[in-house]
Design a protein around this ligand. Structure first.
Ligand SMILES: [Zn+2]
Length: 393
C-alpha cells in the first residue's frame, strides 16, 4: 500500500473516532462517513430507519454481493480523567491511534471504506458484483438487531464482520441470550411474614435448582454457559415489607443450532416440577426484551436472543479468502470469535456466508486507553482489498 493510501485510512479512522457515538447517538459519525464515502467514489450512500449507513459500489458486471459490516457505536467512557490521551481526540503516539472505538471498531470501518474505494479505482469498476460497506448502529446493546434491516435491504451473498481478530479469519462464535426468571409472591408487613409469600425466598430455591442444570456442549464452541448476572426485588427498598416480586437475569451463551424453544425447555421443565411440589410458588422464565431509541428518532426493539454460528474451514468461500490472503503475504489462522457479533444475525439467523476479519486484539475492546496500531490498520485495509479480489469474480 502506498503512503497516500496509508494516510487516507489513518485520517478517516481519526475523523470517525473524533465523533463520540454511544449507542443511539451515532448521527455525527454517520455524517462524517457519508461525506467521506461520497468523496471517495461510492455510487450510493443511504441511511435506513434505524440510522445504519450503507455505502455501495457497483461493478460493471453482474455478480455476488459482499457486505462489509462494522458497528459505529461504542461503549461509553466512564473514567475520562484516567485516560493517558483524551478518548475522543484520536491522537497518534508510538504508532498507535488512541481513543474510544479505535479497536472496537472504527478502525475497521475506516479500512473497509478505503479498501472499497481503492478497489473500485484500481479496477475502474470493471469487476463482477457489488460492494457494500455498512456502518451499523446499536451493536453494543443489541448484536444483530439493526443488522436485520441491512440484510433485508442489501441481500448480500457474503458478509465480512470487521470485529478485532488480529487479521485472523473467524468462522464462528457462540451466541448469547438474556433469560429473565421471575417469582411472584404476596406482600405483607414483615412483622407478620406468615401472612405473605416472600418472592425472594422462592427465588433462592429456584436459583439453586437452575444451577444443577448441565450445560449444553459443542466440540468447537465449548459450553452453553448459563450464569446468573443480576437479581432485583420489589418493592425496593423494602421498608418492613415482605417482597412480592423477584427477578433474576441469566446470561446464556448459545451454541450452533440452539433455538428460543430448545434453550428455555429444560428450564421450564425444572420450574414446572418445582411448582408441582410447592403450590405457593409462581415462577416464569422468558427472554429479556430490549427497547432503545435510535438517532433517527425511531425505536429499535427485540428479544435478547442472538444465535451462535459456525462455518467449516473447508467451505469454498473460506478457502478462497484464506488462499488470497496467503498470496498477499499474510498468515491468518482460521478460528472463532470469543464474543458475540452481528454475525449472530447474518450467519445465525439469515444463513448468509459470513466470516470475521479485523485489525487489533479483541481484548482492547471496551478498555481504558483503547488503541489501534497503525500497522494493523493499514494491513487490514490490504486484507479487505484481498477479500474483494477473492470473492468478486
Ligand atoms: Zn465491537
Amino acid at each position: 500500500m502506498d503512503k497516500e493510501r496509508e494516510e487516507q485510512v489513518i485520517s478517516l479512522c481519526q475523523k470517525l473516532v473524533q465523533q463520540k457515538s454511544y449507542s443511539g447517538e451515532e448521527s455525527g459519525v454517520v455524517s462524517v462517513l457519508s461525506e467521506n464515502m461520497k468523496q471517495m467514489g461510492f455510487d450510493e450512500v443511504t441511511v435506513d430507519k434505524y440510522g445504519n449507513i450503507i455505502g455501495c459500489i457497483k461493478g460493471k458486471r453482474p455478480g455476488k454481493k459482499i457486505l462489509f459490516d462494522g458497528h459505529i457505536d461504542t461503549v461509553p467512557v466512564t473514567e475520562e480523567t484516567e485516560w493517558t490521551y483524551p478518548p475522543f481526540a484520536a491522537e497518534i503516539h508510538d504508532g498507535k491511534i488512541y481513543g474510544r472505538g479505535t479497536s472496537d471498531m472504527k478502525g475497521a470501518v475506516a479500512a473497509m471504506t478505503c479498501a472499497a474505494s481503492s478497489y473500485a479505482k484500481d479496477t475502474d469498476k470493471d469487476f463482477a458484483g457489488e460492494i457494500y460497506v455498512a456502518g451499523v448502529v446499536h451493536e453494543e446493546c443489541f448484536e444483530g438487531v439493526a443488522a436485520r434491516e441491512i440484510s433485508k435491504n442489501v441481500r448480500p451473498d457474503y458478509v465480512v464482520i470487521g470485529e478485532a481478530s488480529e487479521l485472523n479469519l473467524k468462522i464462528g462464535q457462540r451466541g448469547r441470550a438474556e433469560i429473565v426468571v421471575e417469582t411472584f409472591g404476596k406482600p405483607c408487613h414483615s412483622a407478620n411474614p406468615e401472612k405473605g409469600i416472600n418472592a425472594v425466598y422462592k427465588m433462592a430455591k429456584v436459583i439453586e435448582v437452575i444451577r444443577t442444570l448441565t450445560p449444553t456442549h459443542h466440540p468447537v464452541l465449548g459450553d452453553g454457559i448459563l450464569e446468573l448476572t443480576d437479581i432485583k426485588s420489589a418493592p425496593y427498598p423494602g421498608a418492613s415489607v415482605v417482597p412480592e416480586y423477584c427477578r433474576a437475569t441469566y446470561d446464556r451463551r448459545l451454541l450452533v443450532g440452539e433455538t428460543k424453544e430448545s434453550v428455555l425447555a429444560p428450564i421450564n421443565e425444572l420450574l414446572e416440577k418445582l411448582m408441582a411440589e410447592d403450590p405457593q410458588l409462581k415462577v416464569k422464565a422468558s427472554y429479556a426484551l430490549g427497547k432503545e431509541k435510535c438517532h433517527t428518532g425511531n425505536e429499535i426493539e427485540g428479544e435478547r436472543f442472538f444465535p451462535g454460528w459456525l462455518y467449516d474451514k473447508d467451505d469454498e468461500f473460506v478457502q478462497d479468502v484464506y488462499k488470497k490472503l496467503q498470496e498477499k503475504g499474510f498468515t491468518p489462522e482460521i478460528t472463532q470469535y470469543n464474543f458475540c457479533t452481528n454475525g449472530s444475525h447474518y450467519a445465525g439467523e439469515a444463513g448468509i456466508k459470513t466470516f470475521g476479519l479485523g485489525p487489533s486484539k479483541e481484548n482492547l475492546a471496551h478498555t481504558l486507553n483503547e488503541y489501534v496500531e497503525l500497522d494493523q490498520l493499514t494491513k487490514v485495509t490490504e486484507c479487505y482489498y484481498g477479500v474483494m479480489e477473492a470473492l468478486l469474480k
